[in-house]
Design a binder for this molecule. Sequence first.
Ligand code: BEZ
Length: 211
Amino acid sequence: MALQLGDTVPNFSQDSQLGPINLYDFAGDSWVVLFSHPADYTPVCTTELGEVARLRPEWEKRNVKTLALSVDSAESHRGWINDINETQQTTVDYPILADADKSVSDLYGMIHPNALNNLTVRSVFIIDPNKKLRLQITYPASTGRNFQEILRVIDSLQLTEYHQVATPVNWKDGEDVVVVPSIPTEEARSKFPKGVTEIRPYLRFTPQPNR
Ligand code: BEZ
């Protein structure tokens, strides 16, 4: 059955351009963004992997490790990374899994044969430090991902995890957040000393607690 949110993600060991990677060992106590791309030496993928490298300080700020994957070899990844570094003005320093035997792609359902035969589509998995799946998104091969959106989701997930708030439509870091329905308003007023605005008993806003 396909992976679902809240599931413990399956562990794996696979080669990468930096040597073998065991997912659970690699993750340690960090959050992980595991993302697949169709193939090395392709234009959209080149821009994406460059952007993920450029965003290194943003991942670190959030205790996130990034882990890419395609079904190309580790040798192919090493050659392509030189091109990414040169054309995207960055340094790719995170592992790209070399899933030539498709074992991880199959385990995580990253190959969608009716869309792209034998290659991985653009899957994204956000995994929390307890190895639970917190988000999955699938993009078509022809659409480069918006990694600012991935960061935004991580900010939202971490606010829920560590501060018991949710984030409303189009929320961005720094904007007011929503008190989760399980917290009564009176309890919310003591829990969130910056103030709680009650629009309806079920619709309560508070300033972002970690700002
Ligand atoms: C690309 O990365 O540019 C790409 C890969 C597969 C299909 C379409 C575009």
